[in-house]
Design a protein around this ligand. Structure first.
Ligand code: NAD
Ligand code: UDP
Length: 314
């Protein structure tokens, strides 16, 4: 029987593990490549018994060639705490990782999809953010290793496409949450849920009036699969996110009420260059992919709370 062969870099991470599972369910042969910096083997443990699944320990800053039909490039720490831990490595993962998957695709003829980010818009002056907006990014700040690394990766994808005819797809992912996030991931949804479940203070950075638009991981995975399958002339970039916008304080209050927690809110300093507002325009994804997010924040949080309760034995 013919199985489509796919490579998922960062496949043991939060999003990557959901994507591997979905692709296996669709009958693909999946090679999951990861160096386990922020991902972990428990995320892919349920997939290990599937003969179509294979896990490879490798750092994507070094070349890796796999005979595959499609590559999903997700390797990169995504939480500010982790991508700022070794910023030089973060730039290398984005830039050299992109070069390595693109060189491999050039060699094999594979189609390659890049997990880019809403961070390419920086602290945006245009709201909501359409794909045509070039962004407002500080090139020398603490977040730059991630933001500029991802911007350069987009550049490389476009140049390999124009210069070497590599088949590419670029998605710009907005804040996504769900099961398989690490309890020490450091991003806001996992922090608030873990703090609420443990009865610890909820750490709101700054005034909590900054906004984000939170997408449940199942909606994202649906968008990713649709993007990879879209007509070849549609290469993106395309925003994938949930356009319903919340302040960080509203998120804290929602988590407190859904967990019936007695935790208190503690305000902490706002990290530098923290974007003030973030909300995707998803008109392009609707038009080209017939995609829009379906899961409300409340439903997605309930699933994620259940996951963390089980993980932490609470
Ligand atoms: P994650 O940290 O859970 O997953 C990243 C995975 O990449 C981990 O398994 C990690 O071990 C692996 N990795 C890191 N460096 C590597 C290297 N050098 N070689 C091989 N593997 C490496 O984060 P996530 O939220 O699942 O993010 C996955 C991708 O999606 C990232 O590229 C991220 O930039 C992008 N993204 C995520 C979001 C979000 O909200 N979750 C938003 C925008 C973009
Ligand atoms: N944040 C917060 N408390 C936390 C973690 C994050 O208030 O414990 C804030 C953070 O300052 C930012 C927002 O929540 O304004 C989203 O942060 P996250 O790290 O999840 O993602 P990003 O800033 O990359 O969008």
């Amino acid at each position: 029987m013919f199985h489509k062969r796919v490579l998922v870099t960062g496949g043991a991470g939060f999003i990557g593990s959901h994507l591997c599972k979905r692709l296996l369910n669709e009958g693909c042969e999946v090679v999951c490549l990861d160096n386990y910096f922020t991902g972990n083997k428990t995320n892919i443990l349920p997939l290990m018994n599937n003969p179509l699944f294979e896990a490879v320990r490798h750092d994507i800053i070094y070349p890796y060639n796999a005979e595959v039909d499609e590559i999903y490039n997700f390797a990169c720490p995504a939480s500010p705490v982790h991508y700022q831990y070794n910023p030089i490595q973060t730039v290398k993962v984005s830039v050299m990782g992109a070069i390595n998957v693109l060189e491999s695709a050039k060699l094999t003829g594979a189609k390659v999809l890049q997990a880019s980010t809403s961070e390419v818009y920086g602290d945006p002056h245009v709201h909501p953010q359409p794909e045509s907006y070039w962004g407002n990014v500080n090139p020398i700040g603490l977040r730059s290793c991630y933001d500029e690394g991802k911007r350069c990766a987009e550049t490389l994808f476009m140049d390999y496409h124009r210069q070497s005819d590599v088949a590419i797809k670029i998605i710009r992912i907005f804040n996504t949450y769900g099961p398989n996030m690490h309890p020490n991931d450091g991003r806001v949804v996992s922090n608030f849920i873990v703090q609420a479940l443990r009865g610890e203070d909820i750490t709101v950075y700054g005034s909590g009036e900054q906004t984000r638009s939170f997408q449940y991981v199942d909606d994202l995975v649906e968008g990713i699969v649709k993007m990879m399958a879209s007509r070849s002339s549609f290469i993106g970039p395309v925003n994938l996110g949930n356009p319903v916008e919340f302040t960080i304080l509203e998120l804290a209050e929602k988590v407190l009420s859904l967990t019936s927690s007695k935790s208190r809110i503690r305000f902490k300093p706002l990290p530098s260059d923290d974007p003030t507002q973030r909300k995707p325009c998803v008109d392009l994804a609707k038009k080209e992919l017939d995609w829009e997010p379906k899961v409300s924040l409340e439903d997605g949080l309930k699933e994620t709370i259940a996951y963390f309760k089980n993980l932490l034995n609470l």
